[in-house]
Design a protein around this ligand. Structure first.
Ligand code: HEM
Length: 403
């Protein structure tokens, strides 16, 4: 099959539910393929799927993130372009430096009791359902990262339901198929409302400080100890919280069916920390929550035989790189003890996920407790995927807790 056909199949309803056969097709064409100039989906010049090639591109600081044209005219794009995730050095370095202090091993250690408390409360609630059917996403996968990160950042839990709606509007726009005027308008409104929300929260924390990230940042900002404007701080908080929970929800929801298909592994998880870490990493490799990234070429160049002009974007499919048969033998097989390179699920290089250790910790603490508490857990209905390839994951997953 040609690249154009493969991409059309990938973006179809069916491809969005199960992209892996099309990724395998792209691998057969080589580590990178040119996207024909008149292709229906040509927002990029080339598509990269090879692990080694992607690893090299992401580590190369010359390959940058490009702002979309006209970004100044839209609140959502202005928010993105003033946050670390979407920009390049030197501004990226300046902003990341401020936030990296929040993710030290000491801070992570302090999160452990928070995670355990949240997980145990959720398990108690699931047990109260009396062996009945519950939605694993609504009752476990979603509230863990949302409650943990809300407490960490300092977002009142009463605002979380409203907050989630705003995040959904933004994530719908972020999908490759999301660039419609309606979705852009909805994302703009969400960004405006979130900015108002954070301005209020910052003012509140100035009046009554807490123990959270916002209090710490506001104090540092007011003392002149942070190289950020208040509006940049707000953009980064929006992007940080956005990045922190839908991804982690999908780590849990994509992982559960995969794990339950391996009952012996599941039975061995409680008490086996090494196996648990292996399972979390293998889930992230096989069912990565983030599939698509993009970078622009610094100069006219040739990628594995594919010419790419300066400033042209390359679509980087980490969800495909994580199943590259050249780096992961039997790439579609779940093997939590597999040796080999780390997956690219958290990216690599300058923009490597700031919260990777937080998500891993959530997974490593929550999964053994879940299976210890409910050894007869079973999925009762086929899962529903988000339909997005930017953030791919299961949005609804009915399970029986097994009494
Ligand atoms: C399983 C869960 C997660 C996955 C799969 C994931 C994935 C990623 C990926 C692939 C990137 C790189 C983006 C790029 O190179 O363009 C990234 C960046 C980022 N992630 Fe995560 N993430 C997860 C959880 C989190 C959490 C829990 C947080 C916050 C606590 C977080 C905050 C961020 C931030 C702030 C960036 C931007 C870093 C930068 O640009 O320097 N993520 N994440």
């Amino acid at each position: 099959m040609e690249v154009q056909e493969l991409l059309t199949a990938l973006y179809s309803e069916e491809g969005r539910q199960d992209p892996y056969p099309w990724y395998a097709g792209l691998h057969r064409l080589g580590p990178a393929s040119a996207v024909p100039p008149r292709a229906e989906h040509r927002t990029v010049a080339a598509v990269a799927v090879g692990y080694d090639l992607i690893d090299r591109l992401l580590r190369d600081p010359e390959w940058t993130k490009q702002p979309p044209p006209g970004w100044q005219d839209h609140e959502i794009l202005r928010t993105f372009q003033t946050s670390m995730m979407f920009i390049n050095p030197p501004d990226h370095t300046r902003m990341r430096h401020v936030f990296s202090h929040a993710f030290t091993p000491r801070r992570l250690g302090a999160l452990k009791p928070v995670i355990l408390r949240v997980v145990d409360e959720l398990l108690d609630r699931m047990a109260d359902a009396g062996g009945g059917v519950v939605d694993f996403v609504a009752d476990f996968a979603y509230p863990i990262p949302a409650l943990v990160m809300a407490e960490f950042i300092g977002i009142p839990s009463a605002d979380l339901a409203w907050y989630r709606e705003q995040v959904e509007r933004i994530d719908e726009f972020l999908d490759v198929a999301g660039k419609t005027p309606q979705r852009l308008a909805a994302a703009n409104t969400a960004a405006e409302e979130l900015r108002v929300f954070y301005r209020g929260l910052l003012a509140h924390r100035r009046r009554s400080p807490g123990e959270d990230l916002i209090t710490g940042l506001v104090e540092a900002l007011d003392a002149g100890g942070v190289e950020l404007t208040e509006e940049e701080l707000i953009s980064n908080l929006i992007v940080l919280f956005n990045a922190s929970f839908v991804t982690t929800v999908y780590m849990f929801s994509n992982g559960l069916p995969l794990l339950l298909a391996h009952p012996e592994t599941v039975a061995a998880l409680p008490g086996d920390e090494e196996l648990t870490r292996g399972c979390v990493d293998e889930v992230l490799r096989l069912e990565s929550p983030v599939h698509f990234l993009a970078r622009a070429a610094p100069v006219d160049t040739v990628l594995e035989g594919v010419p790419v002009a300066r400033d042209d974007n390359v679509l980087i499919i980490i969800g495909a790189a994580n199943r590259d048969p050249a780096r992961f033998p039997a790439p579609d097989t779940f093997d939590p003890t597999r040796p080999g390179p780390p997956s690219l699920a958290f990216g690599v290089g300058l923009h490597f996920c700031l919260g990777a250790a937080v998500s891993r910790l959530e997974g490593c603490l929550a999964l053994p407790r879940l299976f210890a508490r409910f050894p007869r857990l079973a999925v009762t209905e086929s899962p529903t995927y988000s339909g997005s390839l930017f953030l791919r994951g299961i949005d609804k997953l009915l399970i029986s807790t097994g009494g």
